[in-house]
Every structure is written in C-alpha cells, then in structure tokens.
Design a protein around this ligand. Sequence first.
Ligand code: ZN
Length: 321
Amino acid sequence: MKKICAVCNSVIEEKLVSGIKRNGKYYDVFFCRECRIGATLPVPSSEQLAQLYSSGNYRSTDGGRRFNPFIEFFINLSRLMRARRIERHVRRGRLLDIGCGRGLFLHTMRTRGWEVRGVEFSEETARSAAGAYGIDVRAGSPADWGFGAEEFDVVTISHVLEHVERPAEMMNECRRILKKGGLLVVAVPNISSLQASAGKGAWFHLDVPYHLSHFSEEGLSGLLKKHSFEIVNIRRFDLEYNPFGWVQTLLNMSGIERNLFYDLLRRRTSGGKRFSDFKTSDLILTFGLLPLYLPLCLLLSVFESSVLKRGGTIELYAVNR
Ligand SMILES: [Zn+2]
C-alpha cells in the first residue's frame, strides 16, 4: 500500500524508525522527502487518540502542578523567558495559545498586560484551565473555536503541532485569525536533531503515537512559508526541553525501563506511579548514571543546537505577510 504524506500529499518511501511498540501496537515513523516532515504510521484512529489522551501523560486536570516544585520553578522561568522574547516583536495586545494545557503561559502573559485566550482539544482540559485561572479557554478543533478574522496580535502553538491530525489546516486557521503583521510562534521537537538521530526509537521526544507528525527545521519553515509567513527568528536551544531530551534518551538507550526518570519526576500527581512500582535495579542504574549524564547532556544539547544547528527542539517566530 502506498503511503501518502498528510501534509503535502506526496508518496513517502523513507522509513526513519520501525517497529516502535506502544500499548501492544506497532508503529513506524516515515519521512517525506518533499516537505521534510515525518509521519507516524499507521495513523491512530480518532477513537484511539481520544482514549490515549484520557489516560496518558497529557492529562492535566489537576489544575495545578504536574512536577515537583524545583522543576515547576524551571518551567515558570522558561515561560517568562518566552514572554520576553515575544515582547521583543509585539509589545502588547491580544494573544491566543493553541493547546494551552494548564493555562500557565496565558496566566503569565495576562499578568504582563496581555489580553489572552486559549484553546485545548479536550473539553475536560479546557474546563480545568478555565477554572484554574478564569481565562476564556475553548475546546475542540479550529472549526469549533469561533474566532473572527484578524482577531489576534500573537498566536503561540508550543509542542502541539506535532499532535495535530491536519497541520496544514491548523496553519490556515492561524493565518486567518492573526492580524497582518501579527506574530506566530511555533515550537516542535526536531526529528533532524542529533538527539533524534542518536536515539531513534529511544528518543524521548519521539513520543509515538501521540506525535502524528515529526518536523525538521526545513519542514516547519517550509510549511510556514507556504502559508505566507515570513520567518524572523529561529531558536534551536531550549533549556526546558533539550537537555532533558538527551538525558532521558540516553537513559532509555542504557536498557532502563522507558521514560522511568520522567515518570519519577511526575509521580506525585494522581495517576502517576509510586516509587515501589519501579524495579530496584532500574532505580540504582538511573541514579548511578545521572551524575555522568547530566553534565554530558547539557554539553551535547548546546553542541547540537549551536555547532550543528540541529537542536532537539526548534522554535520559529514568523510574521503574517
Ligand atoms: Zn510531505
């Protein structure tokens, strides 16, 4: 059977990673040479996706923390830095965050004088984000949002586009609701990064089958340009995502249960695992390797993004022309 790219409709032949087993099912990651974007195949059905999101890592209905306070501090700092980067392009105005999760970023922006809106795919997450901060958070897909043309000065979509079933359709909607000269900020994991190439199926940010598309820098820039956006800034290093991507990838490659360290960090929340759920040998190996991996991974993530220009994640700033 021919495999067709969901972004550009070309036939895809190149297989990047094969036989990734998740919840008893096998997935492959293919790469389209035309648009330089990868795809998870087979594509999970809408029912499978709904089921995955109602139970997995992306569930965020506790309205508050998902990690311990030290890591929450880091995440908050990273939000603040993103706010300042956006304000270098647009000083104040109306901002929409697509896939706003717990609404933390929107809350930060509102306290800085922005008028904010959010959207989330699940009704439940939208309600919990709206409840936590009293922000207008709408649910569903672009057709359900009900925003008018040229309503926003800034649209952000951070680590969300790779989850979307039809990325091109999402870019059309972003262009429609953004003012002329408005700013679009898109962040995604980078399938062409060094950590992705080294880790293959063990790469932390591959996250199949949740990630349906896998963007390279060329692929994402190409998609934005096709939708009349002009790229004004590219960031290839992110303190929140890139070093951790390396740490968890190397731990996964060391024969430890997949994403054990990540699960440990988020185990406090409801549904998270308890300490006794992990194998003792895996815990010993994890804490034995961390003193070596932490400094190494900081170096590797700086090296891949600055020297190779193949950072574990990419964040593009683009203006609607
Ligand atoms: Zn394609």
